[in-house]
Design a protein around this ligand. Structure first.
Ligand SMILES: [Fe+2]
Ligand SMILES: [Fe+2]
Length: 264
């Protein structure tokens, strides 16, 4: 009864829950879009080749934000303000993960070490995004309303992840290996805790909206804590390892962003 599928179904079937789900998702995507656009504008001269790819990454995330907003509008729903305890992107930044927003607001060129921080942050958060979208795809990939959107975002997140692997391996070969390994580990450790806290916050709010019983909510938050314990114990490896993508996935952000005219 407590399968991920039935949970998503419950959320999708309720306007208020669906609106919270899409608003939280759209907020994170839009924030990611802004961060990437700023980083693209501040790339140092020796890494200029990365700039259009980072800009494309940002354009994709912006597009995802618009898609989640469009899914709400399609149902006649207005976005709600993202509650601070569910704001994954903001909480990561507050935990010192990724590049600080203060730094991104300045007009100061970044260093290659800053780009390592950016890529490590993306390597970890895109892993999360890719896994979550694959899950959504498994349950809703053929859904008449959200199927196309879910499939498109999922393919994009896979591309982002492949791009991070490729760039980090290149910088690793250029001598940044120890910094990359250290940064990946720190980022992943912080991310799994933020993800756990945000998941509990989202579930608690969903429980309130959907009128879940205390035991049901307890079972769900218990599951979230168990998943965290698993990630802490050994699941981190999937977030910090680096592997060259398959040939068809290389330079995944090399071209222009694919449009989503029906959403944008
Ligand atoms: Fe995204
Ligand atoms: Fe992404």
């Amino acid at each position: 009864m407590l399968s991920a599928r039935s949970l998503f179904q419950e959320i999708f079937d309720n306007d208020e829950a669906f609106r919270l789900f899409c608003s939280v998702a759209a907020g994170g995507e839009t924030q990611g879009g802004w961060e990437n656009a700023r980083i693209a504008a501040l790339v140092p001269a020796e890494e200029q080749a990365m700039a259009p790819r980072i800009a494309r990454h940002g354009a994709d995330e912006d597009k995802h934000g618009r898609i989640f907003n469009a899914l709400m509008r399609k149902r006649g729903l207005e976005p709600v303000e993202v509650p601070p305890d569910t704001d994954y992107t903001m909480l990561l930044e507050r935990n010192g993960i990724g590049l600080p927003h203060d730094k991104l607001r300045r007009e100061e060129t970044l260093t290659v070490r800053d780009l390592v921080t950016y890529l490590a942050h993306s390597r970890v958060t895109e892993q999360r995004a890719s896994e979550q979208m694959r899950l959504l795809c498994r349950y809703f990939g053929e859904h008449p309303d959200v199927g196309r959107a879910v499939r498109m975002i999922s393919a994009d997140e896979d591309n982002h992840l492949a791009y991070c692997h490729e760039e980090l391996l290149r910088l690793s070969a250029a001598g940044y290996g120890p910094l990359i390994r250290r940064t990946l580990r720190e980022t992943a450790l912080a991310e799994i805790a933020v993800y756990r806290d945000v998941s509990v916050a989202v579930m608690t709010r969903m429980g309130r909206i959907l009128g879940w019983s205390r035991p049901k909510l307890a079972a769900l938050t218990g599951g979230i804590h168990a998943a965290y314990a698993f990630e802490r114990a050994g699941g981190l490896r999937r977030m910090v390892s680096l592997r060259m993508p398959a040939p068809e996935m290389r330079d995944a952000l090399g071209g222009p962003a694919t449009a989503a005219p029906e959403f944008a």
